[in-house]
Design a binder for this molecule. Structure first.
Ligand SMILES: Nc1nc2c(ncn2[C@@H]2O[C@H](COP(=O)(O)OP(=O)(O)O)[C@@H](O)[C@H]2O)c(=O)[nH]1
Ligand SMILES: [Mg+2]
Length: 469
């Protein structure tokens, strides 16, 4: 574990002032593979190496020389699994460097950041304060359960019925739809049939999620991301039903009644406890989205990601009147939306990606501002794997990026495409328009000397923590 690093400039009258101690809980979410583990690992690495920082010009507290050291501390919540920074950094800094193992649940890490206060009331004695930062990583899939709290089983079923009328869901849901359409909703429920229906529905969700289709709006969230505690749990054996008649009787025994009952118990026993236990204590929320992946996948994939994020945020309504606030109480005062893996585009395209993200979030973004929550959108790369380069094409100088592809051992240079600043029409969304490939993490000679190379992580740090020092 890292030791406190005293600065040579530390003067004798610098005193540790316990009254300056503060705490902040940062919740990091995003769908699987959006970059949560890499983001948290790089953020922790930047802070642990903050004293040697050469890569954090926009993080003012560090840039002004007020940082006195950062340390990983035992986490406060014993019941939450630890975020394994040690394992992730070992892989990222290995020889050869590799991406950390995928994770599939909630985890937490606590940092203590010591800093020289610039409180004007204390200017005659330089006081050292400590900011305890708890970072919580949780699957964005679970956030997609939030809107269900406001929906009856019939309303939710009707929403899914609507979604399944449009491709690619129309084809992907065929087997599940065929199965449930031949079940009589009024007959007494048979547990094998209930299970089979939920299995077919879960298979359908997994297909929607596969890289080929890249869909995001997948409910219930635990069906594709159960977490360790709910794998194969009977609590997950239900699914929506198509075309439920309006006068459907709930006799407590029928196939329909059982499905409805299980849906309600999923809300009570899975969704609510998660939000009660965790959400009420979050101070700040970071939502990561791999927007570039949807560019490359399809228009349907993009629309689905936009709908998923907006749906969650609408029901989230971080402010006073929001559902979540009414149910659980909520203290979040800042939200950062970040498009991750921005090292896949040339540096001159970063503002375009940020504008695009802003346009994508326009509706919910406005609501959230209205509710008095401070929001920011950023395009960032937690670990920058590419270098900006130039190539000459038909006599013209074209900017491109250069990096080591995940498959192969020769660096390649490519032009990833021009990022639109606003939403494209469906017909403009052609595959050949963009060219993104997966890169290996960079090999670095001085990995323990300074923070990992990144894009705009210092701006994220300033937004999330800057006002706390
Ligand atoms: N080029 C690049 N790739 C990244 C970056 N962050 C994540 N990735 C890629 O995205 C994958 C998923 O990231 P991870 O943090 O595990 O996602 P999580 O499931 O949200 O925790 C990684 O294995 C990398 O291939 C980044 O900053 N730059
Ligand atoms: Mg992860």
């Amino acid at each position: 574990m890292k030791k406190w690093l005293p600065r040579s400039s530390t003067t004798l009258n610098e005193r540790i002032n316990r009254t300056l101690d503060k705490q902040v809980k940062l919740a990091v979410t995003g769908l699987s593979r959006s970059g949560k583990t890499v983001f948290i690992t790089s953020l922790v690495h930047q802070l642990l190496h903050g004293l040697q920082a050469t890569r954090l010009p926009f993080f003012k507290m560090v840039n002004n020389g007020r940082l006195r050291g950062t340390k990983v501390m035992p986490q406060p919540d014993m019941h939450i699994p630890a975020f394994r920074y040690d394992l992730a950094i070992e892989q990222l800094c290995g020889e050869p460097p590799a991406w950390p193992q995928p994770t599939n649940g909630i985890s937490e890490i606590r940092l203590a950041i010591r800093y020289l206060s610039n409180n004007p009331l204390l200017k005659h004695f330089s006081s050292i304060g400590t900011l305890y930062v708890d970072i919580i990583d949780y699957p964005g899939e679970w956030l997609l359960d939030l809107p269900l709290l406001e929906l009856s089983y019939e309303q939710w079923s009707a929403q899914i019925t609507q979604l399944c009328k449009i491709e690619p869901r129309l084809s992907l849901s065929e087997e599940w739809r065929a199965f449930i359409s031949q079940v009589d909703l009024n007959t007494e429920a048979d547990s094998a049939i209930l299970r089979q229906a939920s299995e077919l529905y879960t298979d359908f969700l997994h297909q929607c999620k596969s890289p080929k289709y890249g869909l995001s709006l997948l409910q219930p969230g635990r069906f594709t991301m159960p977490g360790d505690d709910l794998k194969n749990a009977p609590l997950l054996e239900f699914c929506p039903l198509l075309n439920i008649p309006e006068d459907m009787k709930d006799d407590g025994k029928s196939f329909y009644s059982q499905m409805k009952k299980r849906y309600e118990s999923y809300k009570e026993r899975v969704i609510k406890p998660f939000y009660k236990e965790h959400f009420a204590s979050f101070d700040r929320q970071i939502v990561l989205a791999d927007v570039l992946k949807t560019f490359q996948t399809s228009y349907a994939s993009f629309v689905d990601m936009r709908n998923a994020i907006n749906m969650v945020l609408e029901s989230f309504q971080y402010g006073k009147s929001g559902l979540i606030n009414k149910l659980f109480g909520l203290n979040i005062d800042k939200i950062l939306f970040a498009a991750t893996k921005a090292d896949h585009i040339t540096p001159d395209q970063l503002p375009n990606l940020e504008n695009f993200l802003q346009n994508m979030l326009a509706t919910s973004h406005n609501n959230v501002i209205f509710e008095g929550v401070h929001t920011e959108t950023l395009a960032l790369a937690a670990v920058k794997c590419t270098q900006a380069a130039y190539t000459i094409f038909e006599g013209k100088r074209i900017s491109c990026i250069k990096g080591m592809p995940v498959v192969g051992d020769k660096p390649i240079a490519l032009f990833p495409g021009q990022i639109p600043t606003d939403i494209l029409m469906p017909e403009q969304w052609v595959k050949e328009r963009f060219h993104f490939i997966d890169f290996k993490p960079p090999r670095l000679a001085n990995i323990h000397g300074s923070g990992l190379p990144h894009i705009r992580l210092d701006r994220a740090l300033e937004f999330l923590l800057g006002d706390k020092f």
